[in-house]
Ligand binder design. Structure first.
Ligand code: NAD
Ligand code: ZN
Length: 377
């Protein structure tokens, strides 16, 4: 089959690789029909995480079940399924409690696995014609009869819609509250969208890309361009000097100033300053224990000059980490099915798998208008 293979920093290619097959009785194989490029793929693409050469990328996958191991009970051949980016077993101590992003049975040195991801097991990615899905009963979210018609919405259930929602869950967003979101990439936009689904009265979203800020405004958020003025001042001004009730970090260790210089601590510290005393922060932007490519010595070891004093003094709380996609994907699927949510509003490009290498290049440069790419193998 054809697949997108990581050949080194900023070098991804379409290659012929062996077709996946059933390896364990709980496996399924799907024919991939939609697979997104994610901001997290860019960390690997840029060589910022230790991705093995020759591996297939792609963790935001949707497709049709074409093969089943004899132990699979609840999924049928022909089902259209969306797969959480986290591979999970469904029955370990963490999965049982809903923390499927930290599954203890994945083939990884650390808890938690994902398809085509550095440091998260050896699972192959779905930017390919076919994909092996381990523990298929636990991992396949079966889609309803409008699966094909709303495929571009449902594929967002693999990662960014639940991840944006997770930011608002970690931040404990309640009806009527105001929410500050740093980052208007796909994850930040989904966090803003989710905050409104949860009844937020105002969402203020900070970025500097006009196209992304425009999308934020289209869903009713207040766009704040941090290349023009201080985002903290703007948020304090809009909240009578009090700060937003809740805050979401959706940028991660790549946080930089508008001129491109990296300051991995900048969004965290600005978020602390933008949120009121006793407010809660949800941090889903990725921060890693090691980042050898970072500029400063501290950052190379995943350490940040964090404003602990202000954070403590304000009595704030914080939740962090990978999204437990399975904790949310069922009810978010229902919102799509019942026309109460349409996350495909941020899709900018639908391309063939063969166009993936150039799509990576354009998305990596965050060229104007490249918000979210869906590949159709
Ligand atoms: P993205 O790179 O497309 O978007 C990031 C946005 O942040 C960009 O629009 C950029 O302009 C903006 N930004 C950079 N520095 C900023 C600053 N100082 N202030 C405000 N905005 C700034 O990525 P994405 O797909 O939206 O993902 C965002 C982050 O979420 C990444 O770190 C990604 O790895 C992470 N992620 C986490 C999970 C999870 O499970 N926790 C899942 C998916 C993605
Ligand atoms: Zn992703």
């Amino acid at each position: 089959m054809k697949a997108l293979v990581y050949d080194g920093p900023r070098d991804v290619r379409i290659k012929d690789v062996p077709d996946p097959g059933i390896e364990n009785p709980n496996d399924a194989v799907i024919r991939v029909t939609s697979t997104n490029i994610c901001g997290s793929d860019l960390h690997m693409y840029e060589g910022r995480t230790p991705m093995e050469y020759g591996r297939v990328l792609g963790h935001e996958n949707l497709g049709e079940v074409v093969e089943l191991g004899e132990g699979v009970e609840h999924v049928r051949r022909g089902d259209r399924v969306c797969l959480p980016f986290n591979v999970c077993c469904g029955h370990c101590g963490n999965c049982e409690r809903g923390n499927t992003a930290f599954c203890l049975n994945v083939d990884s040195d650390t808890p938690g696995g994902a398809y085509g991801f550095a440091g998260m097991g050896s699972y192959s990615g779905g930017q390919a014609e076919y994909l092996r899905v381990p523990w298929a009963d636990a991992n396949c979210l079966v889609l309803p009869e409008d699966a094909v018609e709303k495929e571009n919405d449902y594929v967002m259930l693999a990662d960014i819609f639940p991840t944006g929602y997770h930011a608002t869950e970690l931040a404990d967003v309640q009806p009527g509250e105001s929410v500050a979101v740093y980052g208007a990439g796909p994850v930040g936009l989904m966090a803003a969208y989710s905050a409104y689904l949860r009844g937020a009265s105002e969402v203020m979203i900070v970025d500097r890309h006009p196209d992304r800020l425009k999308l934020a405004e289209a869903i009713g958020a207040t766009a704040i361009d941090d290349s023009k003025s201080s985002p903290v001042d703007a948020i304090l001004e809009r909240t009578n000097g009090i700060g937003a009730d809740k805050g979401c970090e959706c940028v991660g260790f790549h946080a930089h100033d508008p001129r491109g210089r990296e300051h991995p601590e900048s969004t965290m510290n600005r978020l602390v300053s933008s949120v009121k005393v006793t407010g809660t922060l949800g941090v889903v932007g990725a921060f890693l224990p090691q980042d050898p490519g970072a500029e400063g010595e501290l950052a190379q070891h995943g350490k940040l000059p964090f404003d602990m004093g202000e954070f403590w003094f304000k009595g704030q709380r914080m939740g962090t980490g990978q999204a437990n996609v399975k904790a949310y994907n069922r009810f978010l699927r229902e919102l799509i099915h019942r026309d109460r949510a349409k996350p495909s509003f941020l899709v900018s490009h639908e391309l063939s798998l063969l166009q993936a290498p150039s799509a990576y290049e354009n998305f990596d440069q965050r060229l104007d208008g490249w918000t979210k790419v869906i590949l159709k193998p």
